[in-house]
Design a protein around this ligand. Structure first.
Ligand code: NDP
Length: 254
C-alpha cells in the first residue's frame, strides 16, 4: 500500500475554486486524485479546473450553492454519475460577516452558520452512503483559529467554526465502523480573498498577524496541500476526530 497515493480516488472540494480549497485540491491532484471543484462562481471554477488539469490530474467543475440542501445532494449525485464513485469530501466553503455581536442581525447569524456549518452537515449526510459504498472514505472539515479563540467581530463565525470541530468529533465516532475518517483542519491566517477583505476591515491586522505568527509570515493556499494529502490518504487511516492546526505556530505562542 502506498501511504500517500490517491490514484483512483475521487475528491469533492467545496469552495475548491480558490484560496485554501484550491490549495488542497492541487495537493490531492498531484497525489493522483480526480478532483471535483464545487463552487458558485463558474468562471473561477473553470479556471481552477484548468490549473488542476495542468498539474496532470483529472478534474471537473460541478456547481453548488451549499446554502441549499438540494444543491448539496445534487453535487454528490452528479459526482458519482460523472466519476463513478466518491472517496473524499472536503467541506471547505465558508464566509464571514464581521460585526460586533450587538450589530449582527439574526439573518446574518443564520447566513454564516448555514454557509459554514450546516452546509458541512448536509454535504456529509449526502456523501455518507457513497463513502460507505466505496468501502470507506475521508471527510475533511475546515475550521479556523476561531474554532479555538474568540474575537469581537466573529460571534457567528466562531460559533460555526467551533461547531465544526465538535461535529467532526461526533461524526468520527459514528462512522468509524464504516471505515470513514472525519477530521478537521484549523488554518491560521492565510492570504486569500477572504482575508484580503478582512485586512481592509480590521486595522493593523496584517502587522499583528506577522507579529503573532512564529513562522513570521501569512500562510499560503499551497501550505494546505500536504495536510490534504495526509488526511485523504491511507497514511491517516487510524486518525479520526482530530482537529489539526496549520497555522505557522499561531495557536501555541504563549
Ligand atoms: P475564499 O473566499 O477564497 O474561499 C471561500 C470559498 O467558499 C470560495 O471558493 C467560495 O466559492 C466558497 N463558498 C462560499 N459560500 C458558498 C456557497 N454558498 N456555496 C458554494 N460555495 C461557497 O477564502 P478561503 O480560502 O480563505 O476560505 C476557505 C475556508 O477556509 C473557509 O471555510 C474559511 O472560513 C476557512 N478559513 C480561512 C482562513 C484564512 O485565513 N483565509 C483562516 C481560517 C479558516 P464561490 O466564490 O464560487 O462562491
Amino acid at each position: 500500500m502506498d501511504l500517500f497515493n490517491l490514484s483512483g480516488r475521487v475528491a469533492i472540494v467545496t469552495g475548491g475554486n480558490g484560496g485554501i480549497g484550491l490549495g488542497m485540491a492541487l495537493g490531492m491532484a498531484k497525489a493522483g486524485a480526480t478532483i471535483v471543484v464545487a463552487g458558485r462562481d463558474a468562471a473561477k471554477s473553470a479556471a481552477a479546473v484548468k490549473e488542476i488539469e495542468a498539474a496532470g490530474a483529472k478534474a471537473s467543475a460541478i456547481p453548488v450553492d451549499v446554502l441549499k440542501e438540494e444543491s448539496c445532494r445534487e453535487l454528490i449525485a452528479a459526482t458519482v454519475k460523472a466519476h463513478g464513485r466518491l472517496d473524499i469530501l472536503v467541506n471547505n466553503a465558508g464566509m464571514s460577516i464581521r460585526k460586533q455581536p450587538e450589530e449582527l442581525t439574526l439573518q446574518e447569524w443564520h447566513t454564516v452558520l448555514d454557509s459554514n456549518l450546516t452546509s458541512a452537515f448536509v454535504c456529509s449526510h449526502a456523501a455518507y452512503a457513497e463513502l460507505k459504498k466505496a468501502g470507506g472514505g475521508k471527510i475533511i472539515n475546515i475550521g479556523s483559529m476561531m474554532s479555538i479563540f474568540g474575537a469581537p467581530f466573529a460571534t457567528a463565525y466562531a460559533a460555526s467554526k467551533g461547531g465544526m470541530v465538535q461535529m467532526t468529533k461526533a461524526m468520527a465516532t459514528a462512522w468509524a465502523k464504516d471505515n470513514i475518517q472525519v477530521n478537521a483542519v484549523l488554518p491560521g491566517w492565510i492570504d486569500t480573498a477572504l482575508t484580503r477583505r478582512a485586512r481592509e476591515q480590521i486595522t493593523h491586522l496584517h502587522e499583528s498577524v506577522l507579529r503573532r505568527t512564529p513562522a513570521g509570515r501569512w500562510g499560503e493556499p499551497g501550505d494546505f496541500a500536504g495536510i490534504a494529502v495526509f488526511l485523504a490518504a491511507p497514511a491517516s487511516d487510524f486518525v479520526t476526530g482530530a482537529a489539526i492546526t496549520v497555522d505557522g505556530g499561531y495557536s501555541v505562542l504563549g
